[in-house]
Design a protein around this ligand. Structure first.
Ligand SMILES: Nc1nc2c([nH]c(=O)n2[C@H]2C[C@H](O)[C@@H](COP(=O)(O)OP(=O)(O)OP(=O)(O)O)O2)c(=O)[nH]1
Length: 146
């Protein structure tokens, strides 16, 4: 994504905004939380499976690709969960979408150190990456709603 903003001199400054997408995979009132295996500073903290959107790739396509790479599952992408979360001093943005598993696929931890299915009441049982806090808050009523 390309963004423009005026710097202090009033000139337009162009820079690339990196978009990170995450999938809140929901099944039976539970969401899949994945523990990062690296880097060491965040290893063991939980996130939504996903990653960077590649140039020319749609957000949905990036999520389908990342879920296949990280979990070996096929997913259907649904509605947005929560708001855009700015990270890395505004250089990147995290966008999370609800997703559901297709064809009876079961997630495998190909890149994560652990996978956990959490109910709304269990969302706080794990330590999420800090940027995920507003997403987790928005997810809570969605899980209860079923
Ligand atoms: N996937 C994901 N990343 C998140 C979440 N919350 C959060 O702060 N992040 C951050 C962690 C990383 O700095 C960045 C995602 O980078 P990544 O390394 O997982 O993405 P990637 O797979 O495309 O990276 P790469 O190793 O291919 O370069 O976003 C989240 O819920 N899911």
């Amino acid at each position: 994504m390309r963004t423009e903003r005026a710097n202090h001199g009033g000139q337009i400054e162009r820079r690339d905004l990196k978009v990170i997408v995450g999938a809140a995979i929901i099944e039976g009132g539970r969401v899949l939380a994945c523990a990062r295996s690296a880097p060491p500073e965040v290893a063991g903290m939980f996130e939504f499976p996903g990653g960077k959107v590649e140039p020319g790739e749609s957000e949905t396509a990036a999520l389908v690709r990342e879920c296949a790479e990280e979990l070996a599952v096929r997913v259907e992408i649904g509605e947005r969960v929560g708001r855009n979360v700015r990270m890395a001093h505004g250089r990147s943005v995290l966008k999370v979408y609800a997703a559901r598993l297709l064809h009876g696929d079961r997630p495998q931890a190909l890149e994560h150190s652990a996978l956990r299915w959490l109910t709304a009441a269990e969302l706080d049982d794990v330590t999420w990456l800090p940027a995920d806090a507003p997403i987790v808050a928005a997810l809570r009523p969605m899980l209860t709603r079923g």
